[in-house]
Write a protein that binds this ligand. Sequence first.
Ligand code: R7I
Ligand code: MG
Length: 313
Amino acid sequence: MTESKRDLRSKFIGALLGTAVGDALGAPLEGWSSERITRVYGDAGRLALVEGRYSDDTEQMIGVAESLLIIKGFDGADMARTLVQNMNPKRGYGPGSRAAFERLRAGERWDEAAQHLFGGMGSYGNGAAMRIAPIGLLYHDNPKKLREVAYRSSQITHTHELGKEGAALQAFAIALAVRNEREEMQPQLEAFVQQDVFKQKLRRMERLLRTEASSGEVIAELGNGMAAFDSVPTAIYSFLRFEDFEHSVDFAIRLGGDTDTIGAMTGAICGAYYGAQAIPSDWLAQLEDGEKGKRYIQRLAEELFDITVKKEL
Ligand code: R7I
Ligand code: MG
């Protein structure tokens, strides 16, 4: 394997393991305020990964990867079936996603089950964006296809335009990270994204990156909540602000709020940029390794890399 292929392979592994590490690190702190995290853990050094158990974010990311691999591309019915089969309610699913999976299990069509949620608007939660890493990897060289598959994969649980757009934005950030396009990431994302709320946040991000913004400012300007528009820009910002995996992910989680998902999304972008070897070994060591634990996740990433470079699509 050439060096550039080896790097690319490491980026694929980094994006998937980065999702799981960020998720597991943030999961015990979900819903905490930034102040409470500082009060309990102090503000020196980085957070430790104690439990190593990942949540619904990673469980769904695994399902997305499994389905892409079986199909060698996207099939909505298969991906919906895979997500439903994998679902372990103890991993902390969002209420909208849980309702969508129940309707799917009852036999509704994959592209209709989630339409009824939230008064018929569909969910704009970050649940479609948090699981998107495999799609960002597989289509990293094809933004048009990336957008299309990001939207369609979101449709399974998140039919609101803003839920879909958040997923496409996160997928494209991962793709740019894979392509080493860090310097141009912010303007490229601003040009790519189609909804105003995301464009505005990307503009604010540009300003925040020029100053040493405090956590309070970042939370007020970008958000730290469960809505896609309050969390995807925050993850991208956390990546762009620092020069390594650990500072970005630690910063993202210390913002509080939807810590597991903002951690997972920041971890995905960082892993896609820096590669798997940049994930701190003590974090990786603690990550769960059962039937679908870290070795399984690594294997999924390797297989995604294989089908991507072989252009079997
Ligand atoms: O997006 P989702 O699957 O998961 C979000 C979070 C992540 O942290 C997961 O790890 C899990 O812990 O939960 O869950 P959804 O229920 O679809 O969306 C998340 C929340 O966003 C909802 O529970 C609502 O509070 C809010 N929300 C909306 N509120 C009003 N109108 C999402 N869509 C709407 C809407 O259209
Ligand atoms: Mg979660």
